[in-house]
Design a protein around this ligand. Structure first.
Ligand SMILES: Cc1cc2nc3c(=O)[nH]c(=O)nc-3n(C[C@H](O)[C@H](O)[C@H](O)COP(=O)(O)OP(=O)(O)OC[C@H]3O[C@@H](n4cnc5c(N)ncnc54)[C@H](O)[C@@H]3O)c2cc1C
Length: 828
């Protein structure tokens, strides 16, 4: 038998070899040397030693490729091919859309941090900065959100003109067509600023710059289409919308029932081959005022006028608004945030074939186009709008919780409020980090499809939490609508961001991990492609490489997960970033555990994993938590590692990595095969759940940073519209916060020398100021300062009230009682 020392040596060498990812040959040599040493020096009998040689011999046989291909790879491949679901070329193209970036590293179990840390920090050019400081600042000054959301139900004409003339709708259009040609980062910064001021304006600006006609034309349009539309879109002469969703096809957009039939018809007085379109779309942003409708429909050619095929599949086209048969103009009413949104339909709309984006040659490629372009747009629009809203809410709440006093204290000093404020701050930091670092990657040439889904889902969900928290911190002030309410529309718009561009439940449960598992896994897509290879022999060779690579990868991840869980990842190599290095190490640990869990789940559940949405969603959460934590670490680095921000960075990383741990734990608890679950637990949590969420103490340090006028507060909320001017509550709150700090020692003197001694008896601050001044407790200058402070605070705390006739639908005079839409209960 093996002595304890030899046993430990064997285990140690096996774990070392697996941890360091030795190749099969290196492993065979290492184990042979070890076994030789044991054979010569070990005290066991010959029979036992011979037994130990058997697995090592088997390992050597696996090095003979033709042998293992015949006896292992080919039989396995036959079964694999039978299990592999069939995939259309459209599905395949969609799956392969975009690039794999840092998300791919997190799937490896051993992320190469140099790839992330060496990427360039995003920067604005002088021109982009000038746009933010000029037209964007000017726009924010022009926006009166209550006027837009309550009185008008739209932005005023001069704002529309300004948006069009200044190029707000042309950020992604190249300069040669008259657009601004901004970087992804600049685009994101513009949206952040506008979103901090008005959700209506931000939604309006986001759409033409996101997935829509301009983006599709740029990548797939014919030269003629580009030259016609792009300059007109850039100048704002054309307003675009993109219509994919309909009453019957929402989340499952690819099942749309809208059709385009290739047929002959009359166009401008002569007979041509064209398309007859029938469609019914809803929820389409900008549709009520759009001049050109991007349309997705299924193209059929029953008479084979274009070629051999009859069913081409999803196709995208651009239809001018005034085309006969198009019905457009009515508006939906999206949660009191009245950006232009409405239905559009068409009946027997006959158009020439050149309305197809890219012309006839791209007929049927619409789904690929949409999925490909979504990988960029989805990273920017909604994540930036959510981040802008969160920054504004945190900035406002930090100041408000300092100036609003209850029980003789700023409410921000109560632990209950601090818990909420810490969460708002930490989440806002995560959001800002993720959107800016990912935008930087896009500017570096990436089209990260899986991160785009992660950002879309997590940043809008975090936005929802921050908006909710801000409402709690503000109490009734957040609830009473009116010009003085700077929170409520941001709160109301949250479900819009949650729903659009892939509703969040679907994105979390189906897309993040579903797409990630295939796209980012180092071997799965290789195996699938090899199995589908028409050249069978080449397929076997490639499958063999991928399969054995995959087996070694899984064994290595099991070893890495176990070792890092036992050692709390203390000895894993990471960038030398000082205090934050431990978080890099924890990401390494969770990456290995995650990679192991992914392989066991895919191997044991196969295609069924797609149906087990709860498991898939939890794995997606682990992946996203690691991704977001990496973004936080890189963002901190990009900002020059300011020490002041460390509590926020620590809060953010702890929050995310704790979530990763808990989601891994829930995954194991719910894994259907209990034996495999126990096996995985042994490698993932050999010491149990050892990672802790942020402490209350850390939370309090974080709150100190945002309830004081610190640099950290400014860095966190950088880019919002915070200019101090009478109509901007964010600017006014910041001024009040600065005064609050100066007022604090004076207020304390009034309390200690005046109220506690019974000399100052007035119940409100103005009375207390007068009495304290008379008693010589405070000076004339101090009294003036306190009065100014109190006036500003009351101005910010006050809410609006209205005459009864000012509220209600009766304010819309041109609509008669009969014309007003009613709920079904009333109709009945
Ligand atoms: C304000 C607004 C603006 C919009 N703008 C546009 C636009 O400009 N152009 C356009 O084409 N579309 C637009 N949309 C449509 C938007 O993309 C859809 O609303 C969205 O795709 C969801 O479709 P649905 O609302 O029909 O929800 P449904 O598909 O009915 O889904 C209902 C719920 O079920 C969940 N769900 C569905 N399938 C799954 C699954 N497999 N697993 C888990 N959960 C699932 C969804 O996540 C959702 O929560 C807009 C929508 C809104 C509200």
């Amino acid at each position: 038998m093996l002595s304890v020392a030899w046993f430990l040596l064997f285990i140690g060498v096996v774990l070392f070899v697996a941890y360091r990812r030795f190749t099969l040959l290196q492993t065979s040599i290492t184990l042979t040397v070890l076994l030789l040493a044991y054979s010569l020096l070990g005290s066991a009998g010959v029979a036992w030693k011979m037994t130990l040689w058997l697995p090592v011999l088997a390992l050597w046989l696996l090095n003979i490729h033709p042998l293992r291909q015949s006896f292992i790879t080919r039989p396995f491949l036959r079964v694999y091919r039978r299990l592999l679901p069939s995939m259309s070329s459209t599905e395949k193209e969609a799956l392969e859309a975009g690039t794999v970036w840092w998300d791919g590293q997190l799937f490896t179990g051993a992320p190469q941090w140099e790839q992330l840390m060496s990427s360039r920090a995003p920067r604005l050019t002088a021109e982009e900065q000038a746009f933010l400081d000029g037209p964007c600042e000017e726009l924010c000054r022009m926006l009166d959100d209550f006027d837009i959301t309550h009185w008008r139900g739209d932005m005023p004409p001069h704002v529309w003109d300004f948006l069009k003339s200044q190029g707000f709708f042309a950020m992604i259009i190249p300069k040669k067509y008259g657009g601004l040609q901004f970087s992804a980062y600049a685009h994101s910064c513009v949206l952040i600023k506008i979103a901090s001021r008005s959700a209506t304006a931000a939604s309006t600006v986001a759409v033409p710059n996101s997935l829509g006609p301009a983006e599709l034309l740029l990548h797939y349009g014919t030269e003629e289409q580009k030259n016609h539309y792009l300059p007109r879109l850039a100048r704002g002469e054309e307003v675009p919308c993109f219509a994919l969703t309909g009453p019957r096809a929402g989340s499952d957009a690819a099942s749309l029932p809208d059709t385009g039939i290739v047929c002959k018809g009359m166009w401008q007085g002569r007979e041509i081959v064209g398309l007859k379109l029938n469609f019914s779309k809803r929820y389409i942003t900008l549709a009520p005022i759009a001049t050109v409708v991007g349309l997705a429909f299924r193209l059929f050619d029953p008479d084979k006028l274009l070629g051999d095929k009859t069913d081409y599949g999803i196709t995208c086209a651009l239809i001018p608004r005034n085309t006969p048969g198009v019905t457009i103009g009515r508006r939906h009413f999206p949660l009191n945030v009245p950006f232009q949104n409405g239905p559009v339909s068409g009946r027997d709309v006959f158009v020439p074939l050149d309305v197809i984006i890219g012309g006839v040659k791209t007929a049927g490629q619409g789904w690929r186009m949409l999925v490909e372009q979504l990988s960029v747009g989805r990273c920017i629009s909604l994540p930036s709008n959510a981040t802008g809203g969160a920054k504004a809410a945190t900035y406002a709440s930090g100041a408000y919780s300092r100036i609003r006093r209850q029980f003789n204290m700023p409410v921000g000093r109560f632990e209950g409020v601090q818990e909420v404020m810490a969460r708002m701050t930490g989440l806002t930091y995560i959001m800002d980090a993720a959107r800016s670092v990912t935008a930087g990657a896009i500017d570096g040439g990436e089209k990260p499809s899986v991160p785009s889904a992660m950002l879309k889902y997590h940043l809008t969900e975090m936005g929802r939490i921050v908006a909710n928290d801000a409402m709690d911190v503000h109490g009734g002030k957040g609830i009473q609508l009116g010009p003085k309410n700077y929170l409520a529309r941001g709160y109301q718009v949250v479900p819009v961001a949650i729903t659009v561009e892939g509703a969040n439940l679907l994105t979390r449960n189906l897309i993040i991990f579903g797409q990630g598992a295939i796209r980012c896994h180092p071997f799965v897509l290789r195996e699938m492609n090899a199995a589908r290879d028409g050249n069978r022999e080449r397929g076997v060779r490639e499958f063999d490489q991928a399969l054995f690579g995959h087996i070694g990868f899984t064994i290595s991840n099991a070893a890495r997960s176990l070792i890092m869980a036992l050692t709390l990842a203390r000895f894993t190599r990471v960038p030398d970033t000082g205090t934050t290095a431990r978080y890099f190490q924890h990401v390494n640990r969770f990456s290995a555990s995650f990679a192991l869990a992914v392989d066991v789940a895919m191997l044991s559940l196969g295609g069924y994993l797609k149906k087990k949405e709860n498991l898939s969603a939890r794995l997606g959460d682990v992946l996203s938590s690691m991704y977001l934590a990496s973004m936080v670490l890189k963002h901190h680095e990009n900002q020059g590692q300011p020490e002041e921000d460390l509590p926020i960075v620590e809060w953010a990383c702890r929050h995310l990595l704790y979530h990763a741990q808990e989601q891994l734990h829930s995954f194991l608890r719910n894994f259907p095969n209990r034996f495999l679950a126990a096996f995985m637990r042994l490698f993932i949590f050999p010491r149990g759940q050892t990672y802790f969420a942020p402490s209350d103490r850390l939370g309090r340090r974080v709150v100190e940073l945002v309830t004081n006028p610190t640099q950290a507060r400014e860095r966190l909320c950088r880019g919002i519209y915070s200019t101090a001017e009478p109509s901007n509550p964010l600017g006014l709150l910041q001024e009040a916060l600065t005064l609050a700090i100066a007022a604090e020692p004076i207020e304390k003197r009034i309390r200690v020398d005046g109220q506690k001694t019974g000399k100052v008896t007035a119940l409100d601050l103005p009375g207390q100021i007068t009495q304290s001044l008379a008693l010589g407790i405070i000076t004339e200058t101090e009294a003036a300062m306190l009065r100014d402070y109190d006036r500003r605070v009351m101005d910010l705390i006050n809410v609006d009230d209205f005459a009864p006739h000012e509220l209600g639908a009766a304010a819309a005079p041109e609509t008669t009682d009969e014309e007003r839409p009613r709920g079904s209960a009333q109709v009945a």
